[in-house]
Design a protein around this ligand. Structure first.
Ligand SMILES: CC(C)(COP(=O)(O)OP(=O)(O)OC[C@H]1O[C@@H](n2cnc3c(N)ncnc32)[C@H](O)[C@@H]1OP(=O)(O)O)[C@@H](O)C(=O)NCCC(=O)NCCS
Length: 163
């Protein structure tokens, strides 16, 4: 049997339910904010719509998303994009799904004429940091003791990749 394929496409409204479930179950204290996870949300797209999201399908099922937005709203910052969320369902991890999403984000950035993609990651999120480094993201800055999560201060890292 051939390996199932990972494909990436733009999100559509009907992805809402499955993305909400992925968002509810993907994050933990090393990667996200427990207070946000406790918030009851009705809709995945309530903060920003499908147009800001790439979704990955593995073997025909939606298994992950990447939120890609302009970092700044003013013209001097045009050309800098931000990954403002990346998550893959637990059951679909370690199969290259996040890698496919990051490659698609870089391709979209180049198409849009962007020069740079930035993101924030908790210092405690070793899996994500390794993933970003493999994709050419470098640490641009560290914010020591930025968050208090489960009783421990953690650093926040700014990472970026030039396109
Ligand atoms: C971080 C996260 C998005 C990674 O998703 P993923 O789809 O598992 O990532 P990938 O499969 O592309 O890469 C992860 C690992 O799988 C390995 N991998 C990739 N394709 C593979 C394959 N076909 N077979 C086996 N392993 C594979 C990668 O080499 C990598 O391993 P390494 O880090 O030891 O080098 C996911 O763990 C997640 O959703 N975490 C919670 C949310 C989060 O932390 N988001 C980022 C916040 S900044």
């Amino acid at each position: 049997m051939p390996e199932p394929e990972t494909t990436v496409r733009r999100a559509v409204e009907s992805d809402d339910t499955v993305l909400l479930e992925i968002d509810r179950t993907s994050w933990d204290a090393s990667s996200g904010f427990p207070s946000y996870q406790e918030t009851v949300r009705e809709s995945f797209f309530e903060r920003c719509g499908p147009e800001a999201h790439l979704v990955a399908e593995y073997d025909g099922q939606v298994v992950g998303y990447l939120r890609l937005q302009d970092k700044y709203t003013f013209p001097e910052g045009a050309g800098v994009l931000a990954v403002n969320g990346l998550a893959v369902a637990q059951s679909a991890r370690s199969r290259g799904v996040a890698s496919a999403l990051l490659e698609a984000a870089a391709a979209e950035g180049r198409l849009r004429g962007a020069r740079k993609i930035t993101l924030h990651v908790h210092s405690t999120n070793a899996i994500a940091r390794r993933l970003y480094e493999r994709h050419g993201y470098l640490v641009e800055g560290t914010h020591p003791k930025e968050f208090l999560i489960d009783g421990t201060f953690i650093d926040a890292l700014d990472m970026a990749k030039m396109l």
